[in-house]
Design a protein around this ligand. Sequence first.
Ligand code: PGA
Length: 252
Amino acid sequence: MTQRPRPLVAGNWKMNGLRDSLGEVSSICAAVARDGAGTAEIVICPPATLLMAAAAISEGSPVALGGQDCHNEPSGPYTGDISAEMLRDAGAAYVIVGHSERRSGYNEGNASVHEKAAAAFRAGLTAIVCVGETKAEREAGDALTVVGSQLAGSIPKISSAESIVIAYEPVWAIGSGLTPAPQDIADMHGFIRGRANQHLPGQGAQLRILYGGSVKPTNAAQLLGIKDVDGALVGGASLSSAEFMAIARIYR
Ligand code: PGA
Protein backbone atom coordinates (compact mmCIF):
# COMPACT_ATOMS: atom_id res chain seq x y z
CA MET A 1 0.00 0.00 0.00
CA THR A 2 1.27 3.47 -0.80
CA GLN A 3 2.14 5.55 2.23
CA ARG A 4 -0.25 8.47 2.52
CA PRO A 5 1.22 11.95 2.96
CA ARG A 6 0.91 13.54 6.39
CA PRO A 7 -2.33 15.55 6.48
CA LEU A 8 -2.15 19.32 6.60
CA VAL A 9 -4.68 21.70 8.12
CA ALA A 10 -4.02 25.32 7.21
CA GLY A 11 -5.85 28.39 8.48
CA ASN A 12 -6.22 31.39 6.18
CA TRP A 13 -7.05 34.42 8.30
CA LYS A 14 -7.43 36.63 5.21
CA MET A 15 -7.59 40.37 6.11
CA ASN A 16 -8.55 39.67 9.70
CA GLY A 17 -6.59 40.00 12.91
CA LEU A 18 -4.97 42.71 15.02
CA ARG A 19 -2.36 42.08 17.70
CA ASP A 20 -5.19 40.97 19.99
CA SER A 21 -5.60 37.90 17.80
CA LEU A 22 -2.14 36.61 18.63
CA GLY A 23 -3.73 34.85 21.59
CA GLU A 24 -5.29 32.48 19.06
CA VAL A 25 -1.80 31.56 17.84
CA SER A 26 -0.74 30.85 21.44
CA SER A 27 -3.84 28.70 22.00
CA ILE A 28 -3.21 26.69 18.84
CA CYS A 29 0.45 26.10 19.79
CA ALA A 30 -0.59 25.02 23.29
CA ALA A 31 -3.25 22.66 21.90
CA VAL A 32 -0.78 21.11 19.44
CA ALA A 33 1.77 20.65 22.27
CA ARG A 34 -0.90 18.85 24.33
CA ASP A 35 -1.98 16.65 21.40
CA GLY A 36 1.55 15.41 20.70
CA ALA A 37 2.76 13.58 17.61
CA GLY A 38 0.63 11.73 15.13
CA THR A 39 -1.63 14.63 14.33
CA ALA A 40 -1.95 16.69 11.19
CA GLU A 41 0.62 19.33 10.35
CA ILE A 42 -0.78 22.72 11.34
CA VAL A 43 -0.17 25.95 9.43
CA ILE A 44 -1.51 29.39 10.34
CA CYS A 45 -1.55 32.11 7.65
CA PRO A 46 -2.17 35.37 9.52
CA PRO A 47 -1.98 38.77 7.86
CA ALA A 48 1.63 39.75 7.09
CA THR A 49 1.56 42.38 9.85
CA LEU A 50 1.31 39.63 12.46
CA LEU A 51 3.82 37.16 11.01
CA MET A 52 6.88 38.14 13.03
CA ALA A 53 4.97 38.29 16.31
CA ALA A 54 3.29 34.96 15.50
CA ALA A 55 6.72 33.49 14.72
CA ALA A 56 8.01 34.55 18.12
CA ILE A 57 5.05 32.78 19.72
CA SER A 58 5.33 29.58 17.65
CA GLU A 59 9.11 29.27 17.97
CA GLY A 60 9.96 25.73 19.07
CA SER A 61 6.43 24.53 18.26
CA PRO A 62 5.60 22.27 15.30
CA VAL A 63 2.98 24.86 14.24
CA ALA A 64 4.16 26.48 11.01
CA LEU A 65 3.26 29.87 9.57
CA GLY A 66 2.41 31.00 6.08
CA GLY A 67 1.83 34.14 4.06
CA GLN A 68 -1.37 34.68 2.08
CA ASP A 69 0.24 35.89 -1.16
CA CYS A 70 3.65 37.00 -2.44
CA HIS A 71 5.20 38.98 -5.27
CA ASN A 72 7.20 37.02 -7.82
CA GLU A 73 10.32 39.22 -7.51
CA PRO A 74 12.63 38.93 -4.47
CA SER A 75 12.77 42.74 -4.02
CA GLY A 76 12.33 45.94 -5.99
CA PRO A 77 10.06 48.87 -6.80
CA TYR A 78 6.71 47.20 -6.05
CA THR A 79 5.02 49.46 -3.53
CA GLY A 80 2.84 47.59 -1.11
CA ASP A 81 3.97 44.12 -2.16
CA ILE A 82 5.74 41.47 -0.12
CA SER A 83 8.22 38.97 -1.54
CA ALA A 84 8.48 35.29 -0.75
CA GLU A 85 11.93 35.99 0.72
CA MET A 86 10.41 38.58 3.07
CA LEU A 87 7.78 36.10 4.22
CA ARG A 88 10.48 33.54 4.88
CA ASP A 89 12.55 36.12 6.73
CA ALA A 90 9.51 36.95 8.89
CA GLY A 91 9.13 33.29 9.87
CA ALA A 92 6.87 31.75 7.22
CA ALA A 93 7.42 28.26 5.82
CA TYR A 94 4.38 28.33 3.51
CA VAL A 95 2.63 30.80 1.24
CA ILE A 96 -0.83 30.62 -0.30
CA VAL A 97 -0.83 31.57 -3.99
CA GLY A 98 -3.69 31.83 -6.45
CA HIS A 99 -6.47 32.10 -3.88
CA SER A 100 -9.71 32.79 -5.75
CA GLU A 101 -10.07 36.12 -3.93
CA ARG A 102 -6.82 37.16 -5.62
CA ARG A 103 -7.56 35.48 -8.93
CA SER A 104 -10.88 37.36 -9.19
CA GLY A 105 -10.22 40.51 -7.12
CA TYR A 106 -6.78 41.27 -8.58
CA ASN A 107 -7.06 39.61 -11.99
CA GLU A 108 -4.36 37.11 -11.20
CA GLY A 109 -4.20 34.57 -14.00
CA ASN A 110 -2.46 31.22 -14.09
CA ALA A 111 0.78 32.76 -15.41
CA SER A 112 0.99 35.07 -12.41
CA VAL A 113 0.19 32.24 -9.98
CA HIS A 114 2.88 30.15 -11.69
CA GLU A 115 5.47 32.92 -11.14
CA LYS A 116 4.46 33.28 -7.50
CA ALA A 117 4.70 29.54 -6.91
CA ALA A 118 8.17 29.58 -8.50
CA ALA A 119 9.11 32.51 -6.24
CA ALA A 120 7.98 30.51 -3.21
CA PHE A 121 10.21 27.63 -4.34
CA ARG A 122 13.14 30.04 -4.84
CA ALA A 123 12.68 31.38 -1.30
CA GLY A 124 12.42 27.93 0.25
CA LEU A 125 8.71 28.19 1.02
CA THR A 126 6.08 25.56 0.28
CA ALA A 127 3.43 27.01 -2.03
CA ILE A 128 -0.22 26.23 -1.33
CA VAL A 129 -1.60 26.65 -4.84
CA CYS A 130 -5.38 27.22 -4.92
CA VAL A 131 -7.59 26.05 -7.75
CA GLY A 132 -11.36 25.84 -8.09
CA GLU A 133 -14.32 26.47 -10.35
CA THR A 134 -17.13 29.00 -10.11
CA LYS A 135 -20.77 28.01 -9.66
CA ALA A 136 -21.50 28.72 -13.32
CA GLU A 137 -18.54 26.58 -14.42
CA ARG A 138 -19.71 23.67 -12.26
CA GLU A 139 -23.28 23.97 -13.50
CA ALA A 140 -22.02 24.00 -17.09
CA GLY A 141 -20.17 20.73 -16.40
CA ASP A 142 -16.79 22.43 -16.82
CA ALA A 143 -15.36 22.02 -13.31
CA LEU A 144 -12.72 19.42 -14.24
CA THR A 145 -11.68 21.30 -17.39
CA VAL A 146 -11.29 24.58 -15.50
CA VAL A 147 -9.30 23.02 -12.67
CA GLY A 148 -7.23 21.03 -15.18
CA SER A 149 -6.16 24.20 -16.96
CA GLN A 150 -5.49 26.01 -13.66
CA LEU A 151 -3.21 23.14 -12.64
CA ALA A 152 -1.42 23.04 -16.00
CA GLY A 153 -0.90 26.82 -15.93
CA SER A 154 -0.10 27.39 -12.26
CA ILE A 155 2.35 24.67 -11.20
CA PRO A 156 6.02 25.25 -12.02
CA LYS A 157 7.94 22.34 -13.47
CA ILE A 158 10.52 22.64 -10.69
CA SER A 159 7.90 21.65 -8.11
CA SER A 160 8.05 18.47 -6.12
CA ALA A 161 5.44 16.86 -3.91
CA GLU A 162 7.24 18.41 -0.92
CA SER A 163 7.47 21.94 -2.32
CA ILE A 164 3.84 22.26 -3.32
CA VAL A 165 0.40 21.67 -1.86
CA ILE A 166 -2.76 21.95 -3.93
CA ALA A 167 -5.92 23.37 -2.36
CA TYR A 168 -9.14 22.62 -4.21
CA GLU A 169 -11.48 25.44 -3.28
CA PRO A 170 -14.67 25.73 -5.30
CA VAL A 171 -15.23 29.50 -5.52
CA TRP A 172 -18.92 29.11 -4.67
CA ALA A 173 -18.14 27.14 -1.49
CA ILE A 174 -15.86 29.81 0.02
CA GLY A 175 -17.53 31.67 2.87
CA SER A 176 -20.97 30.54 1.70
CA GLY A 177 -21.73 27.62 4.01
CA LEU A 178 -22.14 25.48 0.88
CA THR A 179 -19.97 22.47 0.09
CA PRO A 180 -19.91 20.16 -2.92
CA ALA A 181 -21.39 16.68 -2.71
CA PRO A 182 -18.80 14.26 -1.26
CA GLN A 183 -18.67 12.37 -4.56
CA ASP A 184 -17.88 15.59 -6.45
CA ILE A 185 -15.00 16.29 -4.03
CA ALA A 186 -13.73 12.71 -4.41
CA ASP A 187 -13.91 12.98 -8.20
CA MET A 188 -12.08 16.32 -8.24
CA HIS A 189 -9.35 15.22 -5.83
CA GLY A 190 -8.81 12.00 -7.79
CA PHE A 191 -8.60 14.05 -10.97
CA ILE A 192 -6.06 16.44 -9.41
CA ARG A 193 -3.93 13.51 -8.20
CA GLY A 194 -3.99 12.00 -11.67
CA ARG A 195 -2.89 15.29 -13.22
CA ALA A 196 -0.21 15.69 -10.56
CA ASN A 197 1.17 12.29 -11.50
CA GLN A 198 1.62 13.49 -15.08
CA HIS A 199 3.12 16.80 -13.98
CA LEU A 200 5.33 15.43 -11.19
CA PRO A 201 5.89 11.89 -12.43
CA GLY A 202 5.64 9.26 -9.74
CA GLN A 203 4.97 11.82 -7.00
CA GLY A 204 1.19 12.09 -7.23
CA ALA A 205 0.58 9.81 -4.26
CA GLN A 206 2.78 11.99 -2.03
CA LEU A 207 1.17 15.29 -3.04
CA ARG A 208 -1.09 16.84 -0.41
CA ILE A 209 -4.41 17.92 -1.87
CA LEU A 210 -6.45 20.03 0.56
CA TYR A 211 -10.13 20.75 0.35
CA GLY A 212 -11.22 24.32 1.16
CA GLY A 213 -14.55 26.10 1.24
CA SER A 214 -16.83 26.31 4.29
CA VAL A 215 -14.96 23.68 6.32
CA LYS A 216 -16.39 23.81 9.86
CA PRO A 217 -16.12 21.59 12.94
CA THR A 218 -19.59 20.27 12.05
CA ASN A 219 -18.71 19.02 8.55
CA ALA A 220 -14.96 18.39 8.91
CA ALA A 221 -15.20 14.68 9.73
CA GLN A 222 -17.19 14.04 6.59
CA LEU A 223 -15.10 16.28 4.31
CA LEU A 224 -11.72 15.10 5.60
CA GLY A 225 -12.82 11.47 5.35
CA ILE A 226 -13.29 11.71 1.57
CA LYS A 227 -10.84 9.74 -0.55
CA ASP A 228 -7.82 11.76 -1.72
CA VAL A 229 -8.52 14.63 0.70
CA ASP A 230 -5.26 15.19 2.61
CA GLY A 231 -6.36 18.09 4.77
CA ALA A 232 -8.15 21.40 4.70
CA LEU A 233 -7.62 25.06 3.95
CA VAL A 234 -9.87 26.77 6.46
CA GLY A 235 -10.99 30.40 6.24
CA GLY A 236 -13.68 31.68 8.62
CA ALA A 237 -13.42 28.83 11.12
CA SER A 238 -9.65 29.36 11.48
CA LEU A 239 -10.20 32.69 13.24
CA SER A 240 -11.18 30.81 16.39
CA SER A 241 -8.48 28.53 17.79
CA ALA A 242 -11.19 26.29 19.28
CA GLU A 243 -12.97 25.82 15.95
CA PHE A 244 -9.72 25.44 14.05
CA MET A 245 -8.41 22.81 16.45
CA ALA A 246 -11.75 20.98 16.39
CA ILE A 247 -11.19 20.60 12.64
CA ALA A 248 -7.51 19.62 12.95
CA ARG A 249 -8.31 17.05 15.64
CA ILE A 250 -10.33 15.01 13.17
CA TYR A 251 -6.91 13.48 12.41
CA ARG A 252 -6.11 12.41 15.96
P1 PGA B 1 -13.96 29.60 4.25
O1 PGA B 1 -12.72 30.09 3.35
O2 PGA B 1 -13.48 28.44 5.07
O3 PGA B 1 -14.35 30.78 5.05
O4 PGA B 1 -15.04 29.17 3.28
C1 PGA B 1 -11.83 29.20 2.79
C2 PGA B 1 -10.77 29.93 2.02
O5 PGA B 1 -11.06 30.95 1.39
O6 PGA B 1 -9.59 29.52 2.01
